[in-house]
Design a protein around this ligand. Structure first.
Ligand SMILES: *Cc1c(COP(=O)(O)O)cnc(C)c1O
Length: 219
């Protein structure tokens, strides 16, 4: 299957309100150009260095929107803010506060999603639900940032029913946060759904899906 055909397959299941972020972390710039040719503008990357190289090779495509989806180290915050329009993978209060400080210096307001661990997962970064509620007052203080949503990634090995439940819990968590009287956060974005689970993610209310291999692998 071609990249264009792979994207078409996803689009057939994509409500108009859901953004398709093509995760290109394992794709070449030639493959990214193929995706661009059929209308993809949002690309997800997990590494600073790779993204910088790709951006240098794609300067003729001016209207790209770059999404960071991988863990960000504190010493790379400045670089990340130069390269990315969105950071989906903000996974601790300390990192969020660092981003807030640097964004203030740069006078920019990047779009931020908070990465949550709905289920315990030793392999992943992110806030557990209780940690997120504990940190809400401090999160609210990061006023330079456009904190717009949550990102959720299911642990490996869930059944499809458990996966659906996890996505629904992420959606409900968003609503709960929006109703906290002590918080002014209004989260409208749910970044969830990868190659293997984007359909249940959409069904549960994802507003951004992040498939990668299903677009670029074997293409
Ligand atoms: C790699 C990655 C994806 C894409 O995964 P696929 O299984 O290739 O679709 C999406 N989100 C995150 C956070 C990732 O690290």
């Amino acid at each position: 299957m071609s990249i264009a055909a792979n994207i078409e397959t996803i689009r057939q299941n994509l409500p108009a309100s859901v953004k398709l972020v093509a995760v290109s972390k394992q794709a070449s710039v030639a493959q990214m150009r193929e995706a661009y040719a059929v209308g993809i503008r949002d690309f997800g990357e997990s590494r600073i260095q790779d993204t910088q190289t790709k951006q240098q090779e794609l300067t003729d495509l001016p209207d790209l929107c770059w999404h960071l989806i991988g863990h960000l180290q504190g010493n790379k915050v400045r670089k990340a803010l130069e390269l990315f329009d969105w950071i989906h993978s903000v996974d601790s209060l300390r990192l969020l506060q660092q981003i807030d400080r640097v964004a203030t210096e740069l006078d920019i307001s990047p779009n931020i999603c908070l990465q949550v661990k709905i289920l315990p997962d030793p392999d992943k970064y992110g806030w557990t639900i209780p940690e997120l509620f504990t940190d809400l007052p401090a999160i609210n203080q990061c006023q330079q940032l456009n904190i717009v949503g949550l990102m959720a990634i299911p642990p490996l090995g869930l059944t499809s029913i458990q996966t659906t439940q996890l996505f629904e819990q992420a959606r409900d968590l968003c609503h709960q946060i929006n109703q906290q009287p002590a918080s002014s956060l209004q989260l409208s974005e749910l970044s969830m759904g990868m190659s293997g689970d984007y359909l249940p993610a959409i069904a549960a209310g994802a507003t951004m899906i992040r498939p990668g291999s299903i677009i670029f692998r074997d293409a």
